[in-house]
Design a protein around this ligand. Structure first.
Ligand SMILES: Nc1ncnc2c1ncn2[C@@H]1O[C@H](COP(=O)(O)OP(=O)(O)OP(=O)(O)O)[C@@H](O)[C@H]1O
Length: 351
């Protein structure tokens, strides 16, 4: 009968690498608990994000390693702690992620909203800030343009909440249908207030939906908070890719790391015939990412449920989780969370 001890299990786990972080689970500080009873082993692995895309692979590797040293049964439990790089982006907020696009109408707000919900569904604490001050659409997509943002006695704005995501959008400050005539400094002030004078509480990820293009809001943000990274949403056609490249260049010049590129409206599958149409071409986002040595986070098809869901205020990952677009968005949220973990680890001191 083999003897299994906690030390033996730990030694076995020190040979298991996190497939994305390329270091072993023990030195990454991911083994939170080992309990051995006879040859039965229980381990708790603390992932770097609850949206870990490779949880299944890690579980299989852990199980195999522990069985190899003689365990008759292995129970793998998972927890997750999202860690910031050096210091949190803002007090209580581990990561600030910008979602931008060069061109308008490429689906940036739809993507931001669904990514935020998908991350929240994985168990993360998520905030979504609508920095598209002049054309706020987040409140509409989340189906709440009615509620007004309130403040507490300390004049801190209290974010609203929908589908497990805290959010702030100008649409909940300004009555619907009224135009906002603000100049640069006021815009800067509004962004600062949303960021720093709101009671976001503890967040793993604060996703910021930027206005399209390369303007004042982007710069205002870049200068005021330590940003984990930016994501660019593009459609596959050249005109969008040219603008996307310009937006990437702006992030580079503002020293904001690029987390990756998402291609939206990649293709369309006709629901009646199943025929695929590459309406805007296909693969341009991936090619652009490769050309610029950036990560390609995934592609989202042009999908009727997605459009309907956005209009109706119940994003597709909630209303049609089985749809191709929802599944693509969940996968992209996991890829994004994975990239953030990798990037944070690269600048974290080793344990
Ligand atoms: N993959 C998709 N399939 C079908 N419709 C989509 C898809 N992505 C976005 N849309 C629709 O396209 C329109 C524009 O999307 P959205 O508002 O997200 O774009 P945007 O890039 O944020 O635009 P802007 O920056 O100009 O506000 C919306 O009606 C949305 O429902």
């Amino acid at each position: 009968m083999p003897v299994v001890t906690e030390d033996i299990v730990l030694k076995a786990l020190s040979l298991v690498n996190d497939p994305e972080l390329h270091q072993d689970l023990v030195s990454l500080g991911m083994v939170e608990r080992v309990a051995v009873s006879g040859t039965q082993v229980h381990v708790k692995i603390n992932l770097t994000t609850p949206a870990c895309p490779l949880k299944g692979v890690i579980e299989a590797d852990v199980r195999r390693a522990i069985e190899t040293v003689g365990a008759s049964s292995v129970n793998v439990e998972f927890g997750a702690t999202v860690r910031a790089s050096n210091k949190p982006a803002l007090p209580g907020i581990q990561h600030v992620i910008l979602v931008g696009s060069g061109k308008g109408g490429v689906g940036k707000s739809s993507v931001s909203t669904n990514l935020a919900i998908a991350l929240a569904q994985s168990g993360a604490q998520v905030g979504l800030m609508d920095a598209d001050i002049y054309g706020p659409s987040i409140a509409h997509m989340l189906g709440n343009t009615e509620d007004r943002i309130k403040a507490n006695q300390n004049k801190q704005m209290l974010p609203l909440e929908r589908f497990g995501v805290k959010f702030l959008s100008m649409a909940n400050l300004v009555p619907a249908g009224q135009a906002l005539v603000w100049r640069g400094p006021m815009l800067h002030g509004a962004i600062q207030q949303f960021l720093k004078e709101a009671l976001w509480g503890e967040l793993d990820y604060l996703i910021i939906d930027l206005p399209p293009g390369t303007g004042d809001v982007q710069l205002s943000l870049a200068q005021s908070v330590s940003i984990t990274g930016a994501v660019i949403v593009t459609t596959p056609q050249d005109v969008a890719l040219i603008d996307a490249a310009r937006a990437m260049d702006m992030f580079k010049k503002s020293s904001i790391p690029m987390l990756g590129v998402i291609e939206n409206m990649s293709y369309f599958i006709a629901p009646d015939t199943g025929t695929r149409y590459d309406i805007f071409g296909h693969g341009g986002g991936k090619r652009k990412a490769e050309q610029m040595s950036l990560h390609f986070l995934g592609e989202v098809p042009l999908d009727m449920p997605l459009r309907e869901a956005s209009d109706q205020g119940t994003p597709v990952v909630i209303s049609h989780p089985e749809s191709t677009s929802a599944q693509a968005l969940v996968k992209i949220s996991q890829n994004l969370a994975g990239r953030i973990s990798v990037q944070s680890l690269q600048s974290l001191p080793m344990l």
